[in-house]
Design a binder for this molecule. Structure first.
Ligand code: C2O
Ligand code: CU
Length: 575
């Protein structure tokens, strides 16, 4: 038996070697040296500890070409805090150990350590990166990845310039204060953010009486760090705006005064173009929209983003669309938009309509398999578990173990997590009243995973429900690591197993890695479990995932090559 295994290992090595060396020949290697540390920053005029990459938040944009190998040498200079970075939207084919999900694919990177991520960006499009350790993302460790087509190939849409805008929400409380509150009895909710940020810039009202006078010195409305973001355009030119959202909580609407936006890309896939006045965008999503600078060039215009889906207590953020050669700091002549001028927060219909409007572009349709091998319905509920406020999926609230699953499974570490857990796929969601306050008091906190057959086709139905507050259902953007999925449908109310699948879009569904499930609604998606590894699937709202709103899939872990020792060293993986 033994010699057989080593022969197999040798063959795997050989194949991996040949494969990786040939892909290096195709693309070039882009090397980055990043230092991650805390700095005092005032992104919304209020000074706060912010995690930066090489001094910046958002961190530097990675620009690469399809087929390139990205090498990021990451030095953790956070002094007393671990870190891990997830490359959001990059499937990590052949490198599941560099997905950056702490507790799932790697051990955390300790302070003072340098960890090297190395992976191939195999498709063009707009992606992101961010911390994937506890709730650390919202301290500022986030940025964007732009992957262009190989030389000589062009997109199916035309533009003159390419620009990037990352949207975020921003709290003045520390990550620890928020996380501790969420994990306390009684529960302390994080509340609404203090500001929204457009490309790392927002404006908190420093004269707000809520600020205690002893900190007034650290809020300075004339600090250049919180001067609004300016997008300068040349009249007549077309701009590709790559817009990403990495909010910790908020769903957003993004709009530019007096201008239409034509949606052409979603999560790295070409969209059959359509035009909107505003773009609804959820945490974890990216879009490219085309903006034509075709309005009166003698003035500037407001760019705004505002909160939808939750009752906002955060003012909209503004940036400036500057028509060259007007002065970039020239204020648009119109008053900056008030909440009453912007899309209404509690009108779900236009948001569902946008979700339904996003289809794959003609000529770029990847047809989904006509049927699936397995259907997993995931009922999303808020619960009280042992006195803790949690989110559950089929009555199971997820807890991350600190021995990464990938290592535990590969090295057969049987006491690292609950191997005997078999996911409650037959949970009685059909008889669950999604409009009532939850009564499923028997939810448990577990760390088991869903194991998928390699190369099988899996359908996931996300079913939304009422929260623990009467007449309240939230929007949850679900993000899948390691794959893109086809978005087969969205519907209102309870999913109907016999009727709704007949209405699935099997003709031109968009592929995405993040998709919202709307209040009291359902979302159906399909994917091929064809990427050996262990992959998180979770709500991209930072506090929801922290409170248990996620699951983990495993597929073909026996096919994963030898793990790099650099991902080990924690929990039961110490050697
Ligand atoms: Cu962008 Cu698991 O996250
Ligand atoms: Cu959520």
């Amino acid at each position: 038996m033994k010699p057989k295994i080593s022969l197999l290992k040798f063959l795997v090595f050989f194949v991996v070697f040949v494969f990786s060396s040939s892909s290096v020949v195709e693309g070039s290697v882009r090397r980055f040296k990043w230092e991650v540390k805390y700095q005092f920053k005032s992104p919304d005029c209020f000074e706060k500890l912010t995690i930066t990459v090489n001094g910046q938040s958002p961190g530097p944009t990675i620009t690469a070409q399809q087929g390139d190998t990205i090498v990021v040498e990451l030095k953790n200079s956070l002094m007393t805090e671990n870190v891990a970075i997830h490359w959001h939207g990059i499937r990590q084919i052949g490198t599941p150990w560099f997905d950056g999900a702490e507790g799932i694919t790697q051990c955390p990177i300790l302070p003072g350590e340098t960890f090297t991520y190395q992976f191939v960006v195999d498709r063009p499009g707009t992606y992101m990166y961010h911390s994937h350790y506890g709730m650390q993302r919202e301290a500022g460790l986030q940025g964007m990845i732009r992957v262009s087509l190989p030389e000589g190939e062009s997109e199916p849409f035309r533009y003159d310039y390419d620009r990037t805008i990352l949207l975020a929400d921003w709290y003045h409380k520390s990550t620890y204060e928020k996380a501790t509150g969420l994990a306390s009895i009684p529960f302390r909710w994080v509340g609404e953010p203090q500001s929204l940020l457009i490309q790392g810039r927002g404006k908190f009202n420093c004269s707000n009486s809520v600020i205690p006078s002893n900190v007034a010195g650290v809020c300075n409305s004339t600090n250049p760090q919180c001067a609004p973001f300016v997008l300068t355009v040349v009249p007549g030119k077309t701009y590709r705006l790559r817009i990403g959202s990495l909010t910790s909580l908020s769903a957003l609407s993004f709009q530019i005064e007096g201008h239409n936006l034509t949606v052409v890309e979603a999560d790295g896939h070409n969209v059959e173009p359509f035009t909107v006045r505003n773009l609804f965008i959820y945490s974890g999503e990216t879009y490219s929209v085309l903006l034509k600078a075709d309005q009166d060039p003698k003035r500037n215009y407001w760019i705004t983003t505002n909160i939808v889906s939750r009752r906002p207590s955060t003012p909209p953020a503004t940036a400036v669309l500057n028509y060259y050669p007007n002065h970039p700091r020239r204020r648009p002549p119109t008053p900056s938009p008030a909440i009453s001028d912007l899309p209404v927060w509690n009108d779900t219909r236009p948001r569902v309509a946008l979700s339904l409007a996003i289809r794959a572009r003609r000529g770029f349709v990847h047809a989904p398999p006509a049927s699936s091998d397995r259907v997993i319905v995931l009922l999303n509920t808020q619960n009280e578990v042992n006195g803790f406020r949690r989110w559950s999926v089929n009555n199971v609230s997820f807890n991350l173990p600190h021995t990464p699953y990938l290592i535990a499974l590969k090295e057969n570490i049987t006491d690292a997590f609950d191997w005997n857990f078999s996911p409650p796929e037959n949970y009685d969601w059909e008889n669950y009243d999604i409009f009532a306050k939850p009564i499923n008091a028997n939810a448990t906190i577990r760390d088991g995973i869903y194991r998928l057959r390699l190369n099988s086709t899996v359908d996931v139905i996300l079913q939304n429900a009422n929260t623990m507050n009467a007449n309240d259902s939230e929007t949850h953007p679900w993000h899948l690591h390691g794959h893109d999925f086809w978005v087969l449908g969205h519907g209102q109310g309870k999913f109907n197993v016999s009727e709704d699948p007949k209405k699935y879009n099997l003709v031109d569904p968009i592929m995405k890695n993040t998709v919202p499930v709307h209040p009291y609604g359902w979302t159906a998606l399909r994917f091929r479990a064809d990427n050996p590894g262990v992959w998180a699937f979770h709500c991209h709202i930072e506090s929801h995932f922290f409170m248990g709103m996620g699951i983990v899939f495993e597929e073909g872990v026996h096919r994963v090559g030898n793990l790099p020792p650099s991902i080990m060293g924690c929990g039961h993986t110490k050697r």
